[in-house]
Design a protein around this ligand. Structure first.
Ligand code: S3P
Length: 429
């Protein structure tokens, strides 16, 4: 798909529902008794993979345009799948469902697309095996396909080497079925949607510092869940609003959970003009974001803030490329094991656009320049089928001289099927 520079970006936008929260609402609904009704569910390919997997485990799920209804059967209501479970491109589906399957009295095989089959699964195989499950990587490489043989589980206290909500959630979900409480301690707190939503469904769960503890065998009850707008999708419009001269955007109903809001802090540290309106702190917090064009400067992004903006680092790198001065991103080695190696892929494509960027072991160094002095130039972009890379470069194209061609642009369907249409509506020339 071809993109051009724009000189006018104005208007209001409502981004689709949060991907992490949409997955969890379906999963926790399936493990609860009674009906769970989910509105503003993200109809992206990843969340549809979660629905498909739970249907194969014999959970009835209705998908009407404006509402998902999950007919949950309680903790012991899943049945052995009649076919292989296919998580598609979704790491969240793969890792979270593994925690549930680890406790079932049946065997399941779980696979996904070529990207999922390269992503590291030892991080869940190790703790779930410690709890008593048997998980075999069929290729012998600690990646999917995984054959999971469920078993009665023992509660553990697991000290994770990575701050990963997928790892934490897999262990907590297995902990629902264990014989004693299960705790996970992570180096820094990762997104806490599982903890918040499991409590809403009736689980007993405590958190202290970077440790979450779940108590086994709660009676989970179906709920009404309204999914807030995804801050990870809003991030592209935040970046566009800051980068395009004269831009003025209102992004409505965005989730601003403090374990996800690092993009706001990073953007402000770079000189970005963002104000929060209509803040609402019932359940998952939300706000409308008002973003206006701001000349940006470089910053250092590191440490505990990294898990709170991990998926936004590609678009933050685009912001850094257009900023005055140097931006250093460190402590972000996890970028290498996302849907693509996001350090290498950002370096490849930003270099093609004329940016001075270097990969490091755990991040990147971006020597930006105000775009008047040394503008980015249009290029052929290879997103490596990674939705967040494609969207990041659609934003870079808005300030690049000449034509940008995103070769594999259709991968945005994973998390934001209408992304290009929504962006187009805001570009007034
Ligand atoms: C997610 C957690 C993060 C994030 C992913 C969604 C989740 O992954 O990158 O897009 O929903 O739990 P990790 O847990 O691997 O950091």
């Amino acid at each position: 798909m071809i993109f051009h520079k724009t000189n006018c970006l104005k208007g209001e936008i409502t981004v689709p529902g949060d991907k992490s929260i949409s997955h969890r609402a379906v999963m926790f609904g399936a493990l609860s008794r009674g009906k769970t009704e989910i509105t503003n569910f993200l109809q992206g390919a990843d969340c549809l993979s979660t629905i498909d997997c739970f249907r194969r485990l014999d959970i009835e799920i209705e998908n009407q345009a404006d509402k998902i209804t999950v007919h949950g059967k309680g903790l012991d209501g899943l049945s052995a799948p009649t076919a292989i479970l296919d998580a598609g491109n979704s790491g969240t589906t793969t890792r979270l469902i593994s925690g549930i399957l680890a406790a079932q009295p049946f065997e399941s095989t779980l696979t996904g697309d070529s990207s999922i089959r390269k992503r590291p699964m030892l991080r869940i195989i190790e703790p779930l095996t410690m709890m008593g499950a048997r998980i075999e990587s069929l290729g012998g490489n600690n990646c999917a396909p995984l054959r999971i043989t469920g078993a009665p589980l023992t509660g553990i206290h697991y000290h994770s080497k990575v701050s990963s909500a997928q790892v934490k959630s897999a262990i907590l979900l297995a902990g629902l079925y264990a014989d004693s409480p299960t705790s996970v301690t992570e180096p820094a707190v990762s997104r806490n949607h599982s903890e918040l939503m499991l409590r809403t469904f009736g689980a007993k769960l405590q958190t202290e510092g970077t440790t979450a503890t779940i108590y086994p065998r709660p009676a989970l009850e179906g709920q009404r869940i309204r999914v807030p707008g995804d801050i990870s999708s809003a991030a592209y419009f935040i970046a566009a609003g800051l980068l395009v001269p004269g831009a003025d955007l209102l992004i409505r109903n965005v989730g601003i959970n403090p374990t996800r809001d690092g993009i706001l802090k990073a953007a402000k540290a770079m000189g970005g003009n963002i104000s929060l309106l209509n803040e609402n702190y019932e359940g998952e917090p939300t706000a409308d974001l008002h973003v206006t064009y701001s000349p940006l400067h470089g910053t250092v992004i590191e440490g505990n803030v990294i898990p709170t903006l991990i998926d936004e680092l590609p678009v933050i790198a685009v912001m850094a490329a257009a900023a005055e001065g140097t931006t250093i991103i460190k402590d972000a080695a996890e970028l290498k094991v996302k849907e693509s190696n996001r350090i290498d892929v950002m370096v490849e494509n930003l270099t093609a656009m004329g940016c001075d960027i270097t990969a490091t072991e755990d991040g990147m160094i971006i020597r930006g320049k105000a775009h008047d002095d040394r503008p980015l130039r249009g290029a052929a972009i290879h997103a490596h089928n990674d939705h967040r890379i494609a969207m990041s470069f659609a934003i870079a194209s808005l300030i690049a001289e000449g034509e940008t061609n995103i070769v594999d642009s259709e991968c945005v369907a994973i998390s934001y099927p209408d992304f290009y249409k929504d962006l187009q509506k805001l570009c007034l020339n």
